[in-house]
Design a protein around this ligand. Sequence first.
Ligand code: ADP
Ligand code: ZN
Ligand code: ZN
Length: 735
Amino acid sequence: MNQRILRIAIPSPLRRSFDYLLPAKMANTALEPGVRLRVPFGPRKLVGVFLEEIAETPVPVARLKPIIEILDETSLFPEDVLELLRRACSYYRHAPGDVYIAALPALLRQGQAATVRGVQHFRLTDSGQSVTADMLKRAPRQWLLLKLLGEFAEGLGSDVLNSRMENWRPIMKRLLEKQWVNESNEIVTAVAQKDVPPSPPMLNGEQQVAVTKVVEALGEYQGFLLEGVTGSGKTEVYLRIIEEVLASGRQALVLVPEIGLTPQLVQRFQQRFPVPIALLHSGLNDTERLNAWLMARDGSAPIVIGTRSAVFTPLCKPGVIIVDEEHDASYKQHDGFRYSARDLAVMRGHLVQVPVLLGSATPSMESLHNTRSVRYGLLELSKRAGAASQPSIRLLDIRSQPMDEGLSDNLLQVMRRHLQQNGQILLFLNRRGYAPVLMCHDCGWVGKCQRCDAHLTLYAGQRRMRCHHCASERPVFSECPECKSHELHPVGQGTERVEQALQRNFPDTEIARIDRDSTRRKGSMEAMLERIHEGKTRILVGTQMLAKGHHFPGVTLVAILDCDQGLFSVDFRASERMAQLITQVAGRAGRAEKSGEVLIQTHHPEHPLLQCLIQQGYQGFSKAILAERQAAELPPFSHMALLRAEAVAADAAMTFLCEARDLAQAIDVSDVDILGPVPAPMERRAGRFRAQLLLQATQRQDLQNLLSPWIQQLEGLKAGRKVRWSLDVDPYEMY
Ligand code: ADP
Ligand code: ZN
Ligand code: ZN
């Protein structure tokens, strides 16, 4: 009898799968694609995913090794996920091992059994149920946690707690000590909240149309873009659609950006639907993640909410796929397997024949373009839901204006007015630290990172200098290394410096700074948000962490301190990102009854794109950008692939890329433009020299036709062994 040859995806950086033999003693075993196998790989034993059985292999059969064992009886993935992974491998030209293995929870990657396990579970005891708010006046967080547990008849597992409350463990410890709560290890999925959920609002006309259109498409593929201004009730539209999907016995997959999976969002879903919800995000431990994944797969979780990689979650009865904030950069993975979860969500919708709904207040140019080419249906929500009205946006010309650390006199005046009227204020600045540059007043020396072509950011509070591009840091310079002068001055402002200036200008007002540095400690973000919601904090200054998802009903003034960076960037997407950010930040103002005001400080008030955004809103702006892109033949009117290389030696990356370019030119695909190679905009980073080669084509297929033979030739290039290289298909960041 012929030996059976198995093609297997194994985690390895090589862009190919590996062939093995099925040992004689297993010769009659039926094998489904998608089961895990343990195989010898060099000196190690690895877990791989079985792809297919093949009749012939390029390797002499005598050299093939037998597999060690079969880990699953049936495939871990349904057919559609297998097909999705297959297509993702070929579209992104990435190593199958990486791709298939990335789609598995860690415990399955390690070869453990695909069965649900118990997790820590907490229930109120009798004495816990009789605790009153008064008894815990001094410990509000304990009261919050107790109340939350009380809302669920069956108590809560650690998995759900993780997504409902930050840093709950130390508080739970107190409650356990007081014997108000007991702990067990169980497979319970918290289901219904006890309280009857508040009845959902009546949909307005536009919401109703959106819901109806998607519901009519259930049971087949149709792409939709839900373009709804911030606060227009997009989430409410999702909830209504999901209601229909659940009623028909199917599942809903909801993708959210990395920081979009907030306790508020989870609470909203849990209040509306008394069903288990599988949550897949970075805050889970391995067991919790495996459980959520398995509950999605066996259908016991009718709703699955997750970040990027949740697009690969197996579903037993898929009914709809929703991608919230579809423009968000976190849907694109920036290293390793560089896929776009949004694009794969659409591909998956095709494969399983379910509608895919992409939602955003500031849709990507790609998705807008798809509505024009009638590939997606366009659903619009043009008004804010409920009582809230759209904020008015105004430019503040700061040319030759007196400034106090980035705050113009005009802005300070408006701030005083809002504070007097009891409003809250949100100031936005996308720069962390105290100052982006430290300069010597006597000789002009500036502090640079030794490993990157970048300035060191000054952190005045901690007296450190840090590079935002690599992990380098050092104490603040006490004197100029060049001329020994002590006249070292910080140039420019980061959030820390602005916070200081605010304290000086508003000494009796509570101010909070929210950025990656101030929220590094677990639970600190939550504590700050609490003080904001209670109205104690009156002025908030922060980075883009503030721009997304949060609902600040008391905020009446939003100011963007510096939007000029976005106007003059080498990256063609910079202006799109700037407009998205401005619109999203502006959307934080006047979300409730109080109407909002938005101010943008700029040195370029006449800039046509800014003018367009102010006068015609994001919709008008996106039309202008699309026209520009079309004229310049940039995406979405063309398709790109970026070959990046980096090396410690100065010329190695360029040498490799030049050889790569020659190979590409030798392949006869005349409809692909080959641009470069050129040094990356930041040439040196973390001690490596970086360069890139850009491929661009009007037709996706032309590009793919070139990539297919090319990538194999690149694998064989000698120069490639001296560099780290990677291919990025549909790159989002251009450097
Ligand atoms: P988005 O997701 O577009 O930002 P949300 O769905 O969060 O908007 O809605 C914003 C607010 O308006 C929420 O408090 C929501 O409960 C409320 N809301 C949504 N739809 C309606 C409606 N039809 N009538 C009244 N309030 C609504
Ligand atoms: Zn000097
Ligand atoms: Zn650096």
